[in-house]
Design a protein around this ligand. Structure first.
Ligand code: RIB
Ligand code: CA
Length: 335
């Protein structure tokens, strides 16, 4: 991970990012990683239902920005329910407050008056071709933004999504990953919208990037308030993952999406045209693609999403370099 040092009082270029998130313990860690990365500027944050109800995600985002001393970053509350199914949340994984029981007192800052979808559209129109959208939760806000502005794929420079499972089992069901399962219609709409530079960071790589008890010990040894808070909030989440995987540690799904956004060379990819299964009794929310090798001139035609714009799906990751990067960013993290 090439780390450039912040120039005196300024940024050495780098990415300008809109984050869409449902904090969520791993979302919180991802925010800490991002905040400590000089290559990136967080322009705005939108919140969405998923790990917790959207209002809780908004309060948690405000709390995290207060902890980081980044209260200048606008936070827009987003969709409180999926497009076409009842709200379902995951407090059993992230804690009732979404931050492992350590959310703390109510935030003193407030969200903006616009919705997360409106914020995405306004900023994309005002900064055509300049912004990266990082989606760490269900894609409801991004789908709504596409409804407001169908030209969004031409207005964003890039979109990076944490979601899906292609050659890996699901997590929330046998076949579906949580972000896509929480709003399958939204995920399918985004995957078919024609974003020219779409990267999907799914369970095929995030489950490989497991942070074990030795990593947790490295985190606990760091001496700064952000790292100390990270150690606190990760306890509940790691206990869930130990029960889920049968080994100590946890999976930093959203941090890996940040790392790959900042340094695409961390991973290797396959380019496919994707859809989401919407009607399968056992498979609703599954990420699907026609992975068959079809030789040129084959009499067979693609039978899934064949007219869609291809997306890059991460298939391998340099786990050691990623986990070291996480520690690095939490070492330099400063409120
Ligand atoms: O499946 C993992 C994803 O679902 C992560 O974004 C996690 O925060 C949850 O939202
Ligand atoms: Ca998330």
């Amino acid at each position: 991970m090439t780390r450039r040092h912040r120039s005196a009082g300024g940024r050495l270029g780098g990415m300008r990012i809109i984050v869409d998130t449902d904090p969520g313990v791993d979302d919180a860690l991802a925010l800490f990683n991002l905040a400590a990365s000089p290559e990136a500027e967080i322009v705005a944050i939108g919140t969405v239902h998923g790990n917790v109800p959207a209002p809780q995600a908004t309060a948690n985002t405000l709390r995290l920005l207060e902890l980081l001393g980044l209260t200048h970053i606008p936070v827009a509350g987003g969709a409180q329910r999926p497009l076409a199914q009842p709200l379902m949340t995951a407090e059993s994984v992230h804690g009732d407050d979404g931050l492992g029981g350590f959310a703390g007192p109510e935030p003193v800052t407030r969200p903006t008056n616009e919705s997360a979808a409106e914020q995405i559209v306004r900023l994309a129109r005002a900064n055509p071709g300049e912004l990266t959208l990082l989606a760490l939760g269900p894609l409801t806000n991004v789908a709504l933004a596409l409804q407001l502005e169908p030209e969004l794929p031409k207005l964003l420079e890039r979109i990076v999504v944490m979601g899906g499972a292609l050659n890996a089992p699901g997590n929330i069901t046998s076949y579906a990953e949580a972000n896509f399962w929480h709003d399958p219609e939204a995920a399918d709409h985004v995957l078919g919208a024609g974003f020219p530079d779409l990267t999907v960071v799914g369970l095929d790589v995030t489950m490989e990037a497991h942070a074990d008890d030795r990593w947790l010990a490295r985190l606990a040894a760091l001496n700064n308030p952000i790292a100390a808070y990270a150690t606190s909030i990760v306890g509940f989440y790691a206990a869930f993952y130990e029960s889920f995987l049968g080994k100590p540690g946890f999976v930093p799904h959203d941090s890996l999406a940040v790392a790959i956004m900042l340094d695409p060379d961390l991973a290797t990819y396959r380019e496919e045209r994707f859809a989401i299964e919407l009607t399968g009794r056992h498979t609703r929310g599954q990420l699907v693609a026609d992975l068959r090798y079809l030789a040129p001139g084959s009499p067979f035609d693609r039978d899934i999403a064949k007219d869609r714009t291809p997306a890059k799906y991460a298939v391998t990751v340099d786990t050691e370099r990623f986990l070291d990067w996480m520690i690095d960013t939490l070492t330099v993290a400063e409120p």
